[in-house]
Design a protein around this ligand. Structure first.
Ligand code: HMG
Length: 390
């Protein structure tokens, strides 16, 4: 007699974003663009902006802290930190998070990168680790600060956010199913060379590359035993801007021949419309929005499309678990979004211009953030972080 493999997936999920917010209506006025282009054409209302004493580490620690508080760290043997806004070419940003959260030394920490796809690579690695040893849990954190040149068409698609997830057996939120479809193609749609702090992007190419990757990953998913489109209840697609996901979803329905109404995708947009692109966190922020804002999706199957420019795409599914609502933090994300401090366009652009602190000189950052962790500055070329209470 064979025993069924244990369910593995998301035990918990929590979110953090930046201290500031820019209203895209204000950006439209400042740049002479019709605000409808942003609100309707790209489907975005606001973008989160980091304070000078915030970065991917502070967002990641703020997102992960409530998970550690709720579950403890005894079973966490691995921290996977996915980002494309790396703060160091060598040291994993997760090592700082490990220290800030007081995680045990008996733990491996590593950083993963492939544009917005990184967190999904982390999720697949975590599933494998837990399958090998079901006693272990993995803390997976996706955190990014999306920055483009000012006055470029991409400026309105910036944003910042982190999603922390606890991966293990007995997933209270979402069980990940085994079949996945993958697609890799070498394409120059978006990248960030080592000497730049903002991304280089061919916007038009990136839109077609995204759709090609979605259809390629879907076909691979089907070729490997994936389900029919009508067996999937919700579709969370990567959201560089929400209209991108809506447009790509339309292409997918044409490709599969299964027509679907808005309920399959509408709830996935609730947070990303207000956060902006959080790169590798964006897909999982879309999941958070489904879980938080829909009345009851227990038993529903969610299809995920993760896209990282350059490019790697993956389509996979998960099933929302019975009783999942008890594992949520009702209102927590909306409260964070509402509490952000607005910036006018000149103030945001001043922060944008000074976003990279040189490592050559010691520096102290002004104390701005109200998050539990802050980037205090540079001492002896090394970054210093602290609890805001300390
Ligand atoms: P653009 O070229 O200035 O905009 O920037 P546009 O002219 O294409 O207009 C956008 C939409 O607004 C169009 O809708 C217009 O019609 C509409 P569509 O025709 O496509 O349906 N529009 C209006 N609608 C209502 N009222 C109006 C109005 N005016 C125009 N008055 C672009 C768009 C995406 C190129 C730019 O924002 C950009 O470069 N963004 C960054 C790249 C990006 O996000 N690409 C998405 C796919 S790649 C990806 O997802 C990966 C990524 O997350 C990175 C990673 O993997 O790490 C980016």
């Amino acid at each position: 007699m064979t025993t069924a493999a244990p369910l593995i997936g998301l035990i918990d999920l929590a979110v953090a974003t930046g201290h500031h917010v820019v209203d895209l209506g204000d950006l439209a006025v400042a740049t002479g663009v019709d605000p409808a282009k942003y609100h309707v054409g790209i489907g975005q209302d606001q973008m989160s902006v980091l304070a000078p004493d915030e970065d991917i580490v502070t967002m990641a620690a703020s997102a992960a802290a409530p998970i550690i508080e709720r579950h403890g760290a005894e079973r966490i043997r691995t921290v996977l930190f996915a980002t494309e806004s790396g703060i160091d070419q060598s040291k994993a940003a997760g090592v700082y998070v490990h220290q800030l959260l007081g995680l045990p030394s008996g733990c491996r920490v590593v950083e993963l990168k492939q544009a917005c796809y990184g967190a999904t690579a982390g999720l697949q690695a975590a599933l494998g680790m837990v399958a090998r040893n079901p006693q272990e849990q993995v803390l997976l954190i996706a955190a990014d600060n999306a920055r483009y040149d000012v006055d470029s068409p991409a400026e309105a698609t910036q944003g910042a956010g982190a999603v922390a997830m606890l991966i293990g057996t007995d997933p209270a939120l979402l069980a990940i199913e085994p079949v996945t479809g993958v697609h890799t193609a070498d394409v120059d749609d978006f990248w960030r060379p080592n000497d730049r702090s903002t991304a280089v992007v061919d916007g038009r190419l990136s839109v077609t590359a995204y759709v090609d990757s979605l259809l390629g990953a879907w076909d691979d998913y089907r070729a490997h035993g994936g389900l029919d489109a009508d067996e999937i209840d919700r579709f969370c697609l990567h959201q560089p801007f929400t209209r991108m996901a809506a447009k790509a979803f339309k292409q997918l329905t044409q490709h599969t021949g299964v027509s679907r109404d808005d309920t399959a995708i509408a709830s996935t947009f609730a947070y990303n419309r207000r956060v902006g692109n959080s790169y590798t966190a964006s897909l999982y922020l879309a999941l958070a929005a489904v879980l938080d804002t829909e009345a009851d999706v227990a038993g529903r199957r969610i299809g995920f499309f993760s896209y990282g420019s350059g490019s790697v795409g993956e389509f996979f599914t998960g099933v929302v678990q019975p009783g999942y609502r008890a594992a949520l933090r009702p209102g927590a994300v909306m409260a964070q979004l509402d509490a952000r401090v607005p910036l006018d366009v000149p103030a945001y652009r001043k922060i944008h211009a000074g976003a990279v602190l040189p490592s050559e000189t010691d520096a102290k950052n002004p104390h701005v953030t109200t998050a539990p962790y802050r980037f205090a500055g540079i001492v002896g070329r090394a970054r210093r972080y602290e609890h805001t209470s300390s």
